[in-house]
Write a protein that binds this ligand. Structure first.
Ligand SMILES: NC(=O)c1ccc[n+]([C@@H]2O[C@H](COP(=O)([O-])OP(=O)(O)OC[C@H]3O[C@@H](n4cnc5c(N)ncnc54)[C@H](OP(=O)(O)O)[C@@H]3O)[C@@H](O)[C@H]2O)c1
Length: 294
């Protein structure tokens, strides 16, 4: 069980960027006592003003509670921070909710355990730092019994999705979702630039953007189906997408909106067409992306 002081649940949060601060607020709202540490102390002061307890050192943050929630830019920062007090790690539970590659999370888990602590990896699927948004949730992976023992204490952060025992698994799912989210952010800004530079009103465009996004789940299910089917691609569809990419590029460039992303998309459609023409087997985009190699 997680450390309790009397009947009050308590945790330490290490790392007070936008996410760490949002976590501290969520814990405090749930009545959880929170001890905080951050490299830059001004961020500690802001959390203390809300009711958190300051730790003057990493060792003090580790010593204050059994469950330590880590929210840093990447796993390298975890070594730099927890490395300051490895003698305090034994008996602790490190829940690292920072983003990084699955392999970095696995190596991180091994490092934490080598110092006598337990480890959970988390991927925070939040709407930015608005972790109270109904769409926010957290992927967890690591030993099931460690997750079960800490689930109640971690619950104020966001709904939980435990994926499995592989320390890297939370990051596999988290990064796979970010694969789609990152280009979407960029392409959406390109679309807004296209609208504005065409002399039109972003507010007029917004409802249509939201409405069209309603079709994305349909495409997600369709492409998941074809990815599993081991089917071949469709040359006519690839050529249509290549032509479509050209129209997007021209629409953007006519008004001076950046088209870098659309050129990258077109180069992938063209790669599929070239490979199709070379082998006379229509290449499926899923295969071009590296699917079905195992
Ligand atoms: N922000 C989001 O919308 C969001 C959403 C989901 C997941 N995430 C992920 O959640 C994690 C935290 O996000 P964030 O936005 O709060 O990140 P962030 O702005 O990058 O800051 C996180 C913290 O890392 C600390 N840090 C970085 N390098 C350090 C080092 N070498 N030594 C000591 N401390 C170091 C920073 O300390 P200082 O204050 O001293 O600089 C800061 O407290 C990231 O992995 C991010 O990818 C972010």
């Amino acid at each position: 069980m997680s450390q309790q002081q009397g009947s009050t649940a308590s945790v330490s949060v290490i790392g007070l960027g936008p996410m760490g601060q949002a976590m501290v607020r969520a814990f405090l709202s749930a009545g959880t006592e929170v001890t905080v540490w951050n490299r830059t102390s001004a961020k500690v002061d802001a959390m203390v003003a809300l009711g958190a307890k300051p730790a003057n050192s990493v060792a003090e943050a580790l010593g204050s509670n059994e469950l330590i929630v880590v929210s840093l830019t990447h796993y390298d920062a975890m070594y730099q921070v927890l490395g300051q007090a490895t003698d305090q790690l034994a008996g602790k539970v490190i829940a690292n909710l920072s983003s990084d590659s699955p392999e970095k999370a696995r190596v991180g888990g091994t490092w934490v355990r080598s110092h006598g602590a337990q480890f959970l990896s988390g991927g925070f699927m939040s709407a930015g730092d608005n972790i109270e948004h109904p769409a926010s949730y957290i992927f967890y992976s690591g030993p099931r019994e460690v997750f079960d023992a800490q689930a109640d204490l971690l619950r104020p952060l966001s709904p939980q999705e435990y994926l499995g025992t592989d320390d890297g698994l939370a990051q596999v799912f988290y990064q796979a979702l970010l694969v789609t989210f990152h280009p979407w952010i960029l392409s959406y800004h390109q679309a807004l630039a296209l609208i504005e530079r065409s002399g039109h009103d972003i507010d007029q465009f917004l409802p249509y953007a939201v409405r069209s996004a309603g079709a994305y789940p349909f495409f997600m299910e369709e492409y998941a189906k074809t990815a599993k089917e081991d089917g071949s691609g469709d040359l006519a569809a690839l050529q249509m997408m290549d032509a479509g990419a050209q129209h997007i590029i021209e629409a953007s460039e006519e008004v001076g909106a950046d088209s870098t992303l659309s050129h990258a998309a077109q180069s992938l459609w063209r790669k599929a067409i070239t490979e199709t023409e070379a082998t006379s087997n229509a290449v499926a985009m899923f295969d071009l992306m590296g699917g079905r190699k195992n």
